[in-house]
Ligand binder design. Structure first.
Ligand code: LRH
Length: 491
């Protein structure tokens, strides 16, 4: 009898249920269910539709049952930083506001009046992003102080779903670090910071590590899905799971988790929290087995996804949510790629520009950043796409040079995992811009990392080293060598 493990991996734009098992030492994956993750407008904010996500979580579990492949254990990971406040019955107080919502505008200044930025970074090691949970909590406190007063629990989104599955609310370490409220040295909530921000210490529970067995499904869930299994905590922050699945065999590799965001960095055993690191906006996210992901958030495929949505007539209008109009042509990713490859456009943008975070129109945002940066302005779709692609590759290359300066190491390869690793054009541009070979795969990095922790907890592999070796042997990895005369990006 085969033992199955289930990863529910939910990203900002889609989610998937992936079953995994081990056969002759190799990992085998099967996608059983996939769904879109869309936002809704509620009480003046962009919010996640947790009711829809919960229904999808159950539907994917039912699909496992239908296949006759009931998992022994399961775990959920999602994007980081978003959370809910819960009352004593685990009911949500307020809304699950999405991180690109504008509620955090300017909150950083109020936060810095309480704790200077240098002090915050030296304690938590977390990069400053306008959407850090810290700023979201302060925004919620300002708008709805009563919700913080009434709150009994703080739960990141996977913790909320795990609580619905098991009835047990348990905070988890990897995702907690993305709040910017966990001390990088003590590896638990920084009580001094919580006090300085006047956040209620009581709602932040003890932090469990990935691999912790949470418990079995509630009776009600068992009835819905037709089976019982044990929830085992993965690295519930998706990037934490994705980095675990990188099949690197040495410490000379840069990791790139490529999806809505491009997360580029390395694994360290100790946090780097000096001023140079803060100035470069590198982060030290907590990982499984207390490894630190030292990385940079780069705008990523969000730019390409947004351009495609827009060309296909889907736009976001503030105050009224998603609107669609009939588009003359439906653009697939392949169409966009072909248009980029046919273009000779030379302009470049800084993809880290905050104007790309949540623009009304990504096409216009790219044009505006070009215009204000003294670059030629891309009018045609192919020019826009070439501009974004080359700018992403340049940013990867520059970030690797920064990383080398900050860690004092030299990196020889780039391992790309996640959906974006299927983009051969971007892989080649990245190899050319950095002068380093790119090793692309596996595609399902995040789900694999989630499964890997469950498999180690179940004793299928003794440790991360063996599990990573199994990944290297189980999935195809494609190599992109830098072109001999390619022009490398200077830092
Ligand atoms: C990627 C990710 C990233 C966070 C962002 C909010 O999905 O989790 O690591 O910074 O979403």
């Amino acid at each position: 009898m085969q033992t199955y493990y289930l990863a529910v991996d939910i990203g900002a734009s889609s989610g998937r249920h992936i079953l995994g098992h081990v056969e002759n030492g190799k990992m085998v994956l099967e996608e059983v269910y996939r769904f879109d993750n869309t936002q809704i407008r509620r009480n003046g904010h962009d919010c996640w539709n947790l009711t829809a996500l919960w229904q999808h979580i159950l539907a994917g579990m039912q699909a496992c049952k239908k296949l006759g492949k009931v998992p022994a254990t399961m775990g959920i990971d999602t994007w980081a930083v978003d959370y809910v406040l819960l009352d004593c019955d685990n009911q949500i107080l307020g809304d699950a506001v999405a991180y690109r919502d504008k509620r955090t505008a300017g909150v950083d200044r109020a936060a810095e009046a309480l704790v200077p930025a240098e002090q915050l970074y030296s304690r938590t090691g977390i990069q400053k992003q306008p959407f850090n949970t810290l700023y979201q909590l302060l925004a919620q406190k300002k708008e709805h102080p009563e919700q913080l007063e009434q709150a009994v629990h703080f739960a990141m989104l996977p913790e909320y779903f795990h609580a619905r599955l098991t009835g047990i609310l348990q905070n988890e370490y990897t995702n907690a670090t993305s709040t910017n409220l966990v001390n990088a040295r003590t590896k638990t909530w920084d009580r001094d910071l919580l006090a300085a921000y006047r956040l209620p210490v009581r709602i932040f529970g003890p932090l469990a590590m990935p691999g912790t067995r949470l418990g079995s499904l509630t009776e009600a869930v068992q009835q819905e899905v037709g089976f019982d299994c044990t929830v085992v905590l993965p690295a519930t922050h998706d990037t934490g799971s994705a980095f675990l699945a990188v099949p690197a065999q040495d410490d000379c590799s840069v990791f790139l988790s490529s999806g809505t965001w491009s997360l580029l960095g390395v694994e360290n055993t100790r946090p780097i929290t000096d001023e140079a690191s803060r100035a470069a906006n590198f982060t030290n996210e907590g990982g499984a087995w207390y490894r630190f992901r030292y990385l940079k958030n780069i705008m990523g495929l969000w730019m390409i996804q947004s351009i495609r949505r827009e060309l296909n007539g889907v736009s976001y209008v503030e105050g009224s949510g998603v609107q669609t109009r009939a588009a003359e042509k439906k653009w697939s990713f392949d169409d966009l790629l072909a248009a980029a490859q046919a273009s000779t456009f030379s302009g470049l943008v800084d993809v880290d520009d905050e104007r790309f975070l949540a623009p009304q129109s990504m096409c216009e945002a790219v044009r505006e950043v070009c215009r204000t940066g003294g670059q030629p302005v891309p009018e045609q779709v192919g020019d826009l796409m070439r501009c974004v692609y080359r700018s992403l590759a340049r940013c990867y290359a520059q970030s690797i040079r920064q990383l080398e300066q900050l860690t004092g190491k030299t990196y020889r390869t780039i391992h790309v995992v996640g959906g974006g690793c299927k983009d051969g054009y971007l892989n080649q541009l990245t190899a050319d811009a950095s002068g380093l070979p790119v090793l692309a795969g596996p595609v399902e990095g995040t789900a694999l990392g989630n499964l890997l922790v469950q498999m180690i907890a179940a004793g299928e592999y003794p440790s991360l080293v063996e599990a990573r070796t199994a990944i290297a042997e189980s999935f195809p990895i494609q190599r992109f060598a830098p072109a001999p005369f390619a022009e490398q990006s200077k830092s």
